[in-house]
Design a protein around this ligand. Sequence first.
Ligand code: FPP
Length: 252
Amino acid sequence: MLRSTTLAVPECADVPRHLAIIMDGNGRWATKRFLPRTAGHVRGVQAVRRAVEACGRRGVEYLTLFAFSSENWRRPQEEVSLLMRLFIQTLEKEVSKLNDQGVRLRIVGDLSPFEPRLQELIQAAEQRTAHNTTLNLTIAANYGGRWDILQAFRRLLQARPDLANDPQAVDESLLTQYLSMSYAPEPDLFIRTGGEQRISNFLVWQLAYTELYFSDDFWPDFGPKEIDAAFDWYRTRERRFGRTSAQVAQQP
Ligand code: FPP
């Protein structure tokens, strides 16, 4: 079982084991060029491809990308439809390549509102890549961190109705088994592009001890060079997990 950082101090390496990214700034990238916002999302997909390759080469084990939040349904209908079409096209075109690269793909979030074709493609892609071990790529789609905690809690109560009479028995390690990314360690590094400095309901439980890196670059401009700059910054961080600097220095 992968323990929460509040229960155990994880090992830290030069390259983050788990990198989580909010890919922000697609719309502004396009607007700056007098293009429709949707053109920015198309370029955003190319940046996803580059990030997957770069992370694979650098030894990242888990890469998690926020592609569509539960709040993104509030966008203009035309933009939401384009994003759905892009997900479908990307799955149709990219899964073979990802499979050849040894990437295991998982999609997390409430997939129930997605059209049947998209749900089928997601299921097929997850099954096809399930044996891969090089890089665990997770796309968060119709995902919200609060939704995740709530669904975990509901599923736990469904599986263990006895706990309603014994609330003290509910602890972190039990609840985290029901989070949608229970298969992954908590992120070591979080990157948000596009100049905003917030978490926007991404992995709210799992980011408790994550190093947070904010870049002014728009997502379509974020490539291997920018990833290396983020990793260089990450290496300068002292990850104390509540300990003192002296204790960190003494660790074996
Ligand atoms: C944020 O930029 C980006 C999104 C809401 C969508 C992210 C989607 C992609 C990168 C393409 C699809 C990805 C996959 C995995 C198929 P924004 O639109 O909020 O930009 P803005 O802040 O400049 O308006």
